[in-house]
Design a protein around this ligand. Structure first.
Ligand code: ADP
Ligand code: G6P
Length: 460
């Protein structure tokens, strides 16, 4: 029998992030969907991960983390500014999310983006052995497929984009659009979260490069490139099992006791990102309270938000805006012993997040645009007793799979308030039916199925 191919995962963010430097530094689990998805894959299959350990300090070149070998790529202060906070998070991230914030196009960010991509390609080439499969991830590393192809022409190279791919009209704003497309065309398989994103890419590639072909199969650079959607998912069994554990049940019970057992809990868990619609959600909740449709004796909102990309101005502004809105909501609607909203601006452990999922009657996931959104899937997987209601934005990739959620347009404040109210008042039978369908969807299409289908396409 032939040996399975060794897997090399390449992404900007490693599964652990170093906080601080020198003797006082410590490692934290990284937040974000990419890490949540890829850790169980590498744990099951084995292999290694090439990525950045966070910060600009020195760290060992290779680190062993939960049986996964991590190869670290260093970034300098200047790389952080140009490659990470600049081109990745002030140009590509906002542009690929419907230009929710105005993207900036600065020439001085392009050079570090190219240089850091080269560094990642070289680090991957060093880890590469003939026969390995290389799987490159996300918008930070769009040039790596072609760079690595030049170094290792016979390698099987896959690329998966975790965020949306915008329509050609938006994509063509980027002064370096041709280079980015050529970079991706270096892969054998280019995967996206949705069919629409895959189509957008193929159209842009046909328009701006020499590639020809259909939406799902392009010919370019003398090779054929498969373009397809592979909707990402979660490790269903881990969340399901964790939620059934006595510790999780007890922690959830304690959360309910602390907020008041008679109150229904609405929960939101996000990275603190302007794409997540946290402010729109708070406006809808405020409307519910102001209209008298609900009051703080009956319900409470818990918002858990992991700080993210804080040196980027738009993120700092969002944080300040959310802080202010929280203060205003509580100032206006709280009563003694009953705050309107609990706000935790921190990254919790996965186990703690599960306890909150278990405690929550209603999960409110309302991004303005999201590649997939794993929080919505994690909530369903954690509802092992098939209770709980999911309110979900129709602009999350997950909406095309999780049809039994209450789907909302987050820009329609009244509509979102109505959906939150409907979720709070939903009859038990209806809620159970919906949750059972949602859970079976996430169980059937878990992260292992996702990785299998991508890697099968790459092996073909
Ligand atoms: P994104 O990748 O854009 O952050 P996703 O919803 O796909 O959005 O994935 C977010 C991941 O990060 C989930 O696994 C979620 O559990 C985790 N996460 C988000 N916020 C927090 C938080 N405050 N504490 C701990 N984990 C969090
Ligand atoms: C999203 C992106 C990931 C990224 C994560 C956290 O999930 O798709 O590539 O790692 O957000 O963001 P950060 O900038 O902290 O890596």
């Amino acid at each position: 029998m032939s040996k399975p191919r060794r897997l090399i995962v390449v992404s900007n963010r490693l599964p652990i992030t170093r906080i601080g430097s020198g003797a006082g530094s410590r490692w934290l689990t990284s937040a974000g969907g990419l890490v949540t998805a890829m850790v169980p894959i590498l744990k099951r299959r084995g292999g290694c991960w090439v990525g950045w350990p966070g910060g600009t300090g020195r760290s060992q070149r290779t680190i062993d983390h939960e049986g996964i070998r991590l190869h670290s790529v260093r970034l300098s202060q200047a790389d952080m500014a140009g490659f990470y906070h600049g081109l990745s998070n002030r140009t590509l991230w906002p542009l690929f999310h419907d230009a929710i914030r105005t993207p900036e196009f600065r020439r001085e960010w392009w050079k570090p983006y190219v240089e850091v991509n080269e560094r990642f390609a070289r680090a991957t080439a060093r880890a590469y052995r003939p026969g390995d499969t290389v799987w490159i991830h996300d918008y930070h590393l769009m040039l790596v497929p072609a760079m690595l192809r030049a170094m290792k022409p016979r390698a099987r190279i896959g690329f998966f984009l975790h965020i949306p791919f915008p329509p050609e009209e938006l994509f063509s704003w980027i002064p370096w659009r041709d280079e980015l497309l050529e970079g991706l065309l270096g892969a054998d398989v280019v995967g996206f979260q949705t069919h629409g994103a895959a189509q957008n890419f193929s159209r842009a590639a046909r328009r701006h490069t020499d590639a020809e072909g259909t939406d799902s199969e392009l010919e370019g650079q003398g090779r054929s490139i498969t373009v397809r959607e592979f909707p990402i998912s979660i490790d269903f069994d881990w969340f399901d099992e964790r939620a059934r554990m006595p510790e999780s049940i007890a922690e959830a019970e304690e959360i309910r006791r602390l907020v008041g057992r008679e109150r229904k809990i609405l929960l939101a868990v996000d990275r603190l990102d302007y794409t997540k619609g946290i402010d729109h959600r708070l406006e809808a909740y405020e409307l519910l309270l102001r209209s008298g449709a609900v009051n703080v004796r009956e319900c409470v909102l818990i918002q858990i938000a992991a700080p993210s990309r804080e040196p980027v101005r738009e993120y700092a502004e969002m944080r300040t805006r959310i802080d202010r809105m929280m203060g205003s909501l509580n100032g206006e609607f709280s009563e003694p012993g009953r705050v309107a909203v609990h706000y935790f601006r921190r990254t919790l452990s996965r186990e703690e997040v599960v306890a909150y999922y278990r405690a929550a009657d209603v999960m409110v996931v309302t991004p303005l645009r999201d590649g997939m959104n794993l929080v919505a899937k994690e909530y369903c997987a954690s509802r092992s007793d098939t209770t709980g209601v999911l309110v979900l934005s129709e602009f999350a990739g997950a909406a095309s799979q999780l049809r039994q959620a209450l789907l909302v347009n987050p820009r329609d404040t009244e509509g979102m308030a109505e959906a939150m109210l409907a979720a709070l008042k939903m009859k038990k039978g209806d809620a159970k039916f919906r949750m059972a369908v949602l859970r079976s969807m996430v169980r059937r299409h878990d992260v292992h199925e996702w990785a299998d289908s991508f890697l099968e396409a790459l092996a073909a």
